[in-house]
Design a protein around this ligand. Structure first.
Ligand code: HEM
Ligand code: HEM
Length: 175
């Protein structure tokens, strides 16, 4: 089998793409659901108003999806991010993606473990603010990345540091 061109390695496989989209969509939808339920909806309870029962479940699902999403990001680092970084492709939105996700992970951690109430409430606002922004960012990242691939010249850019690409040697294929 001929070696895959360096630019092709950046593209995600079908199932990997599915994992990215599904886990990210679950995170965004459960985060949004929590926000709406927490701030705008309450139900009558035994001792006055109470939280809607779906609120806690949206956060439970969100936390579970966050764990899966960390694994998904881990699968992107060795090929997608590394290769695109070296080829300077989609770098601006790519760096923004890394920064946004690092902020989400750090503030998500703080939401679990922050001792002080003020740190927790700051983490919450930063977390959902960046989270909602990340939906638009993810869309931009994908649209810009794909448009540049089909645009003239981008796909032809060589991997600047890969020895195999520089010397036109076959890139070892995963079995
Ligand atoms: C958390 C980090 C990231 C996530 C979740 C992510 C996710 C994605 C997704 C879902 C696509 C569309 C799938 C596809 O076209 O195959 C994509 C495309 C792309 N991304 Fe990323 N990405 C991340 C970081 C980066 C970084 C840091 C760079 C660059 C240094 C980058 C460069 C690209 C490029 C060049 C494309 C277009 C690929 C092509 O169609 O040829 N990405 N990314
Ligand atoms: C996709 C966009 C996202 C949105 C809109 C979002 C939104 C939210 C919201 C509204 C909360 C509840 C805040 C609070 O309790 O005060 C939350 C909690 C949390 N988020 Fe996100 N989030 C997003 C992405 C992420 C990501 C990428 C991660 C980590 C990989 C993450 C990890 C967490 C964690 C660990 C919590 C705490 C869960 C708990 O208290 O049980 N989130 N998120």
């Amino acid at each position: 089998m001929p070696p895959e061109p360096a630019a092709e390695v950046i593209r995600l496989g079908r199932s990997q793409q599915g994992w990215v989209y599904v886990t990210f969509a679950v995170l965004a939808m459960t985060g949004l659901a929590w926000l709406l339920l927490h701030h705008f909806i309450s139900v009558p309870g035994e001792f006055g108003v109470a939280r809607h029962p779906v609120e806690i479940w949206s956060l439970r699902l969100h936390g579970a999806a966050a764990i899966v999403f960390l694994v998904v990001i881990g699968t992107l680092l060795p090929l997608h991010v590394r290769r695109a970084w070296r080829m300077r492709r989609n770098l601006a939105t790519g760096i923004a993606m890394l920064a946004a996700n690092a902020t989400l992970v750090a503030t998500g951690y703080a939401l679990y473990y922050a001792g002080s109430e003020s740190l927790r409430s700051w983490s919450s606002v930063i977390h959902w603010g960046v989270g909602l922004g990340a939906v638009a960012l993810m869309t931009t990242h994908i649209v810009v990345g794909r448009a540049r691939r089909s645009g003239a010249g981008e796909a032809a850019k060589p991997d600047r540091r890969s020895f195999a690409a520089r010397e036109s040697l076959p890139v070892r294929q995963a079995k």
